[in-house]
Design a protein around this ligand. Structure first.
Ligand code: ADP
Ligand code: MG
Length: 189
């Protein structure tokens, strides 16, 4: 898969009835890709299984179809790529590489804690893309917990400041879709 998506699911595959906290019209507005044209960001927040990655990939597929250079990477893989580049004295080249994507999806911020070095590298990437191109972020942690995620309140604040300056935040509350079939099975017995 060219854009690095871990799975291929479209916005049409998303059952909005199952997740009422997701505003269908807001997702439709995002799917016009105005946010990409305006170099704005999107943040999906919520517990596991509520559709954050699905919606991010759905928007990514829409953007790629419309010929915007799009790339998906998990936060953990991104940090290890940046660390590797830094170690090899190739950080500026790597940052330039990521800066060329019109839409970058950074998935799963907060599942694993980051050290200060990782947070610094992440900040440099955000600063490089700021007001130039769009990024979609997903996280299971609320913004107030990002200080812990990045092991440093000051860096976390600087990162959030830039991300949220031009951003749509979608807070998803509700049940995990992954447990849906299991529940139906359990209650049918
Ligand atoms: P997370 O919020 O942890 O990133 P995912 O987006 O990966 O969760 O969703 C978990 C699985 O459930 C995926 O296979 C996804 O396609 C599916 N899924 C989640 N929410 C919905 C939904 N509302 N309609 C259809 N499929 C969904
Ligand atoms: Mg996910």
């Amino acid at each position: 898969n060219v854009a690095g998506f871990p799975y291929r699911k479209t916005l049409e595959d998303f059952e909005f009835e199952f997740q009422p906290s997701v505003d269908k019209r807001l997702v439709e507005e995002l799917s016009t890709l105005r946010f990409v044209h305006n170099a704005e960001n999107v943040v999906f927040l919520g517990p596991p299984g509520v559709g954050k990655t699905h919606l991010a990939i759905g928007l990514g597929i829409t953007a790629a179809k419309n010929r915007h250079l799009t790339y998906y990477i998990s936060c953990q893989d991104l940090i290890s790529e940046l660390n590797k580049a830094h170690f090899e004295n190739q950080l500026q080249k790597k940052l330039k590489h990521y800066a060329k994507y019109k839409l970058l999806i950074i998935d799963e911020i907060g599942y694993l804690p980051m050290d200060i070095q990782g947070a610094n590298l992440f900040f440099q990437l955000i600063a490089k893309r700021y007001e130039k191109c769009s990024t979609i972020f997903t996280s299971n942690k609320s913004f107030s917990q990002w200080g812990e995620v990045f092991s440093d309140n000051t860096i976390a604040a600087a990162i959030l400041d830039r991300i949220l300056h031009h951003a749509t935040v979608v807070n998803i509350k509700g049940e995990s879709y992954r447990l849906k079939d299991r529940k139906e099975y359990m209650s049918s017995r």
